[in-house]
Design a protein around this ligand. Structure first.
Ligand SMILES: Cc1cc2nc3c(=O)[nH]c(=O)nc-3n(C[C@H](O)[C@H](O)[C@H](O)COP(=O)(O)OP(=O)(O)OC[C@H]3O[C@@H](n4cnc5c(N)ncnc54)[C@H](O)[C@@H]3O)c2cc1C
Length: 306
């Protein structure tokens, strides 16, 4: 029988948060989390999962931030796109600006769980949970996104890979995506062993930008569901060459060699290493095709060669 109720709380189990605080301004929210007795509440799915797994509550009070104006909306600026940390993954996945500029992010957001869960989960909450198998952080790592974070003491910027530096009195205000070069392609691949919604066995994001003559100007690959993930694969020396089959093979081999998956119910570490290579190939091939289409060039890696 499948049940979402784990039964009665064991004796001595930690109590659930006692207060839900709904500040009207960002300053008020920052003051509330400054004291250390309150944790940030995005969509609440992660907090609910903690309760379900009988883990201690993060804090005696939760401060709801998703509806604050500074954390909502997706806006294009002169050199970046800002995505509010309170934006729900369903809205990310459906956004026209994001799907034109960074399909790798809309695909990652759209691959999370089910439609009902995506309507609740916020981008900020998905990132701040710091779970190596979460999907959007893998895409954001390949994009080279940064986080605008804020506390009552002021704001600062962190790379998306520097989340361990986020302090308890800080929240993520928005995610900054660089504007991609016109001839950029990006793609996300999530391998689900059972083919239904679940956390990834492996998840891979790729970004490729081409020069006018078709050589690779920029190339990045990020792998999730591995130790210390998401991991940005070192592809040093590969830019400047042709966007061909040899480049895809070399990048996929480096992804497999430089990441450390862990064995679990979705597969052994050795199996996942093979899947990392395979799904890196797929993500890169799609990203290259998209970059070539954006540049008006014929595809150099036809479907059959994948
Ligand atoms: C059935 C199920 C399936 C799932 N499948 C997937 C999946 O396939 N892929 C995937 O990526 N995820 C998946 N998830 C996980 C989900 O994305 C995470 O639980 C996510 O962290 C929930 O986001 P939230 O906005 O609800 O966060 P919350 O529960 O509100 O918060 C999560 C954590 O982030 C902190 N936080 C929230 N917002 C901010 C902010 N703006 N600044 C700083 N800290 C903040 C909170 O304090 C808390 O520690 C699944 C969850 C469920 C229940």
């Amino acid at each position: 029988m499948t049940t979402l109720d784990s039964g009665p709380l064991p004796a001595g189990a930690p109590a659930a948060p006692t207060a839900l605080l709904t500040p009207r301004t960002l300053d008020e929210a920052l003051r509330l989390i400054a004291g250390g007795d309150a944790a940030v509440l995005g969509g609440g799915v992660g907090h609910a999962l903690r309760r379900h797994h009988r883990l201690p509550a993060k804090a005696p009070a939760l401060v709801s931030v998703a509806a604050l104006p500074e954390l909502t909306g997706i806006a294009e600026h002169s050199d970046h796109i800002a995505v509010g940390a309170g934006v729900r993954l369903a809205a990310c996945a459906a956004d026209g600006l994001l799907s034109r500029t960074w399909p790798v992010l809309t695909e990652a957001a759209g691959s999370v769980a089910t439609g009902r869960i995506r309507e609740m989960v916020t981008l900020g909450g998905n990132i701040a949970a710091r779970d190596d198998s979460h999907d959007p952080p893998v895409a954001l790592t390949a994009i080279g996104a940064s986080l605008a974070v804020r506390s009552a003491r002021g704001g600062r910027t962190l790379a998306v890979t520097e989340l361990d530096r986020l302090r308890a009195d800080e929240l993520v205000e928005h995610v900054r995506l660089p504007l991609p070069a016109a001839t950029t392609g990006s793609a996300y691949e999530k391998f689900l062993v059972r083919g239904v919604w679940e956390y990834a066995c492996v998840n891979v994001a790729a970004v490729v930008s081409l020069d006018a003559d078709g050589t690779v100007d920029r190339l990045s690959l990020a792998v999730g569901s591995v130790a210390g993930g998401p991991v940005a694969v070192d592809l040093g020396g590969l830019a400047g060459g042709r966007a061909d089959r040899a480049l895809v093979e070399e990048a996929a081999a480096r992804a497999a060699a430089s990441t450390t998956p862990y064995g679990d119910v979705k597969g052994s570490a050795a199996y996942k290493t093979r899947m990392i290579a395979e799904f890196s190939r797929r993500a890169l091939t799609t990203a290259i095709r998209r970059a070539e289409a954006a540049a008006g060039r014929p595809a150099s890696t036809p479907e059959g060669q994948r």
